[in-house]
Design a binder for this molecule. Structure first.
Ligand SMILES: Nc1ncnc2c1ncn2[C@@H]1O[C@H](COP(=O)(O)OP(=O)(O)OP(=O)(O)O)[C@@H](O)[C@H]1O
Length: 449
């Protein structure tokens, strides 16, 4: 009975396909088109000529957005319901997956510099999922006159190292290299999840505040890319928004509802096939994208119902474990190019995305917390931070308990006073010796004369 009930609650990961328009380069080279999208039928057809024969393959997805689909269309049809669920207290994740240059960043961010809200309160047409979600969240919260708090984190994962894109320090090569050595570690949070130790959590009060943080984070990402010779197509970025909303029960009890939205721009998917083909050499060159490979393995293990799911094998899958087979609602946006030049990668993206449709999650609304419980949790968090601070002191300097510090400090002061007294005594004694010597000189001179 309970297993049937469990099955009823299982929800498949939603998978959308977006095909971008031809780029200027592809148009100039008259690249033949091999992809045809039928948005209404939710189908994508791939035409290939193998040994003179035309072979068509058709894939069906939960939604299909062809080259003429606008940012607004994708957002309204696919993301608005997801953000509403976050506001209802669910955790939701949206991944962008696809070959480099197929529009993952365009879909997730759009052009961030142009994504600011204009004077009329509207976003520009090229704004992507992140700015639109931010706007929807604040518009809803403000229209509900709700008491709420919103906090965001923004991190980059490159070569299994986590960089905080919201950390405040100045961006110089030295600072960045120093940071590369001291990567933020992942820790179990004791509730079955993980947390990134030391990650900045920014409390924000308006959409425009988030836009400037995003801009700062993206700038930091680009600067690091140039200074450290990184390749952006090999890094993953994770932008998370956590919302707490206060509600009152009819009995007047205060409850806190919590929802979280994760927006993930993955590394270019061609990195998996390439690193897979030349795994040994790629690993040496630091080219292998362990997180992307493990993501693929986790998906395989989930859809083939293998006993062991290798979440712990990479940081990306540890961070997003709950989004893959867990209690989070998940959506994957797979991006492809229409051109023949990308055919091989396009087919691999389509196969991968199609397989991911079989992953089942069991979304559960987060339990509302009593305000007093939340405060208790926050005290717990403060204790944890204090312990971390102590640990940091221990590592970076000499840490001694306060009592011992006070005792040693008063001993040090007493000693300094004694030294001062002795210096005065020494000076007086020296003066007396000099006086005596002078007197002796006088006496012997007068005796001689
Ligand atoms: N749907 C679209 N409509 C118009 N232009 C698009 C679309 N998708 C992508 N582009 C354009 O294609 C180019 C490549 O897109 P983008 O940088 O988003 O790719 P990407 O998949 O994020 O690549 P990378 O993995 O290197 O980060 C950009 O110039 C972008 O503006």
């Amino acid at each position: 009975m309970s297993s049937r009930h469990e099955k009823e609650k299982a929800v498949n990961v939603q998978v959308l396909l977006r095909c971008r328009p031809f780029s200027e380069d592809e148009l100039r080279n008259n690249a033949p088109q091999v992809i045809t999208c039928n948005d209404f039928q939710r189908e994508v057809a791939v035409s290939q000529t193998i040994a003179g024969k035309q072979i068509d393959r058709v894939f069906t997805f939960d939604k299909v957005f062809g080259p003429s689909a606008r940012q607004k269309d994708l957002y309204e049809q696919a993301v608005v319901p997801i953000v509403n669920e976050v506001l209802e207290g669910f955790n939701c994740t949206i991944f962008a997956y696809g070959q480099t240059g197929t529009g993952k960043t365009f879909t997730m961010e759009g052009d961030c510099r142009k994504a600011k809200i204009g004077r009329n309160g509207k976003l520009p047409s090229e704004a992507g999922v992140i700015p639109r979600a931010v706007k929807q969240i604040f518009d809803t919260l403000e229209s509900q006159n709700a008491e709420y708090s919103v906090k965001v984190t923004f991190l980059e994962l490159y070569n299994e190292e986590i960089t905080d894109l919201l950390a405040p320090e100045e961006i110089t090569k030295v600072v960045l290299e120093e940071k590369q050595k001291k990567q933020l570690p992942l820790m179990e949070d004791g509730k079955g999840g993980v947390l990134v130790r030391g990650l900045e959590e920014e409390i924000v009060t308006s959409a425009s505040e988030i836009f400037s943080l995003l801009e700062k984070g993206s700038l930091k990402r680009r600067t690091a890319e140039t200074l450290l010779n990184k390749q952006s197509s090999r890094s993953h970025s994770l932008f998370s928004i956590t919302i707490h909303i206060k509600e009152a029960t009819p009995e007047g009890e205060e409850l806190i509802k919590c929802g979280k939205l994760n927006l993930v721009d993955l590394a270019g998917s061609e990195n998996i096939s390439r690193s897979g083909a030349r795994e040994g050499r790629a690993r040496e060159a630091g080219e292998i994208n362990k997180s992307l490979l493990t993501l693929g393995r986790v998906i395989t293990a989930l859809v083939e119902h293998l006993g062991h799911i290798p979440y712990r094998d990479s940081k990306l899958t540890r961070l997003l474990r709950d989004s893959l087979g867990g209690r989070t609602k998940t959506c994957i946006i797979a991006t492809v190019s229409p051109s023949v030049h990308c055919l091989e990668e396009t087919l691999s993206t389509l196969d991968y995305a199609h397989r991911a449709k079989n992953i089942k999650n069991r979304p559960e609304v987060n339990q509302k917390m009593m305000k007093s419980t939340l405060i208790k949790d926050l005290y717990g968090e403060m204790d944890r931070l204090k312990a971390e601070l102590n640990a940091t002191r221990e590592r970076n300097g000499v840490y001694i308990p306060k009592e011992r510090y006070s005792q040693e400090e008063s001993e040090r002061k007493a000693m300094a006073e004694r030294i001062e007294q002795m210096e005065v005594m020494l000076e007086t004694n020296q003066k007396q010796i000099e006086d005596l010597q002078e007197n002796m000189m006088h006496s012997s001179n007068s005796l001689l004369s």
